[in-house]
Design a protein around this ligand. Structure first.
Ligand code: ADP
Ligand code: TRP
Length: 330
């Protein structure tokens, strides 16, 4: 059996260094350990949360650029937009028909949304949100992905994908592989400028594709305590130190720990952080600048990706159609 890695990023908002360190960089690195790799822009997932078409359009472009600029090899992998592979939506419907509603009732995302309501618990909840895990299952099962790297918050969706696949296999015939999640560890969670997990929903991001000036400004905004220069500082729970740990070498990290003991000023600590982040992001920024005004390049790349990907998708959906009885009349 082929080992296939697959992951998607929802196209809402601006890609940030949490997405880069938690999803993009490890997925690109892991590709070499797998027979095939699939990276996609989850734009049909995006419209569940955002109905502003301009924002969705901008985000699709920026998330695509984030992958390209971070060094994705589009020749060696499958890189595509979810919406360019309509077979995924077709499979999503088929899977909806074998998915227990009760399974969806247990979804954390759905439960969190209903918990915010008082009288009518389903107020403001769309069927898109409710059946979000089914679309995600279709993304994964369409290509028989064996491994799916995701953030810990997505683990339940992978478990649901396994349930849905098993239910289909049981109802019809074994057609889908049960995927395994590769979960980023708690210590790898990237903190935002306010000390919480970096997330576009919290507005606490450091953007991946910004100018040096904006990067410096974002780092300057990281919230610290009010200890003065000369006063020893604690590395535990410090966002500056935590962010530094994702970019610095072991030696640099232990040097900064010593600096903390010796009372480095927050300004100097942030300058050190800026230097290591900027060193890693400079080649990414350069590639981003090279391609950001070249929409044709991005569109062509995605188009080629979709063409290649649809060969697999069509083959799979045809076998599924046959199995469920949607076939030529004999
Ligand atoms: P956001 O929380 O900003 O909405 P997404 O949910 O779109 O981000 O995340 C896409 C992927 O990026 C996730 O699967 C996760 O692996 C990764 N990711 C997002 N935020 C972080 C973070 N703060 N630390 C590590 N990884 C993250
Ligand atoms: N739901 C994921 C997120 O918000 C994005 C996503 C959509 C995904 N389909 C996927 C991730 C399939 C992995 C596999 O982060």
């Amino acid at each position: 059996m082929k080992k296939r890695i697959l992951t998607g990023i929802t196209t809402t908002g601006t890609p940030h260094i949490g997405n880069y360190l938690g999803a993009i960089k490890p997925a690109i690195k892991m590709a070499s350990e797998f027979d095939e790799s699939f990276y996609f822009l989850a734009d049909y997932h995006a419209i569940i949360k955002n109905s502003n078409s301009n924002e969705i359009g901008d985000s699709v472009k920026n998330v695509a650029l984030a992958w390209i600029a971070s060094g994705l090899d589009a020749e060696k992998s499958y890189f595509y937009r979810q919406s360019d592979v309509p077979e995924i939506l077709e499979l999503s419907w088929v899977l909806n028909c074998v998915t227990a509603k009760g399974l969806m009732n247990r979804s954390h995302a759905y439960k969190a949304a209903t918990a915010l309501n008082s009288k009518d618990e389903d107020k403001g909840i769309s069927m898109g949100l409710f059946s979000y895990p089914v679309l995600m299952a279709a993304d994964i099962l369409m290509f028989d992905a064996t491994h799916v790297p995701v953030g810990a918050d997505q683990n339940q969706h992978i478990e649901m994908t396994r349930d849905i696949a098993a239910r289909f296999n049981h109802t019809y015939k074994k057609s889908f592989e049960l995927p395994e999640a590769i979960i980023e560890s708690e210590k790898d969670v990237v903190l935002g400028i306010d000390g919480r997990k970096m997330s576009k929903s919290y507005g606490n991001i450091i953007p991946l594709l910004s100018t040096e000036k904006v990067l410096k400004k974002s780092i300057a905004k990281i919230v610290t305590n009010s200890l003065e220069p000369g006063e020893p500082k604690d590395i535990e729970g410090c966002s500056v130190y935590s962010l530094y740990s994702h970019f610095a070498s072991k030696e640099e990290l232990s040097e900064l720990a010593d600096d903390y003991k010796n009372g480095i000023s927050w300004g100097d600590a942030k300058n050190k952080l800026f230097t290591v982040v900027n060193n890693e992001l400079t080649p990414i920024r350069n590639r981003y600048e090279e391609f950001s005004s070249d929409s044709k390049y991005i569109n062509d790349l995605l188009h080629e990706g979709a063409t290649k990907t649809r060969v697999l998708a069509r083959e799979k959906i045809n076998s599924i159609r046959e199995l469920i009885g949607i076939k030529t009349i004999s």
